[in-house]
Design a protein. Structure first.
Length: 234
């Protein structure tokens, strides 16, 4: 089955802006973290540490704001529709995703050819995206546990003692970086497989694209939007 239509209502501009911020902060953390872990260029160590801490704080603040917006901002919680409701519903179980967990696994593994019916996020995406906030918070705790000004905070000191010292904290922090990089790769794979280039254009350029339309009242495909949206929308 062809892809659903991609409309801006599914990804409002505030969410796209925060997506940009997340991406920038995440890449800054990875690059600066590599410089810190392999200090072959000592002249940039101070700048790398500053960038690393700043990006980490930005990422956590961005995460808190993003969760807050999900509770109050209306978005289209199903693809192929402009019908909107509170965005938090897209993160919770939805009728459109019922009995779709196994079909989506088969689709991602190229066992199933037809695109399964889905909400804004399919079941696997919901699991993956719900993991992300906990991963960021855990990374923040391990990071602050190694940073001088915050390493004596109760949470950080307790965690350090729990895992057996700062060296183990560093190992855990480094290992979690790879976990998050793998998540980013899986996320890109899911996006490309789920919506392809039209979804990427919507996320980064707010460029809409036609496709199958969906009615959230009847929970069924309601037609097809034959229009193309070649120009950047205002």
């Amino acid at each position: 089955m062809a892809h659903f239509a991609h409309y801006r209502e599914a990804h409002p501009l505030p969410f796209i802006i925060f997506h940009y911020i997340n991406l920038g902060a995440f890449l800054t953390l990875v690059i600066s973290g590599i410089f810190i872990h392999f200090p072959y260029l000592p002249n940039v160590m101070g700048m790398a540490r500053g960038a690393h801490i700043t990006a980490g704080i930005v990422l956590i603040i961005n995460l808190i704001i993003r969760i807050f917006l999900a509770l109050f901002v209306d978005t289209a919680t199903s693809p192929g529709t402009r019908q909107k409701e509170k965005e938090i519903k897209a993160w919770l179980p939805q009728l459109e995703n019922r009995h779709q967990f196994i079909p989506w696994i088969k689709y991602y593994l190229f066992i199933k050819k037809d695109h399964p019916l889905t909400a804004k996020f399919n079941p696997l995406q919901k699991f993956a995206y719900m993991f992300l906030p906990f991963s960021f918070i855990f990374m923040a705790i391990t990071g602050f546990a190694m940073w001088g000004p915050t390493m004596n905070w109760i949470v950080c000191e307790t965690f350090t003692n729990l895992v057996g010292g700062l060296m183990n904290v560093r190992i855990i922090h480094y290992f979690m970086m790879f976990v998050n990089v793998i998540f980013l790769i899986i996320h890109l794979y899911m996006v490309i497989t789920e919506g392809g280039i039209p979804l990427i254009k919507l996320m980064f350029l707010q460029r809409e694209h036609g496709g199958y339309t969906y009615d959230t009242t009847t929970h069924s495909i309601s037609g097809k939007d034959e229009k193309e949206y070649p120009k950047l929308l205002s």
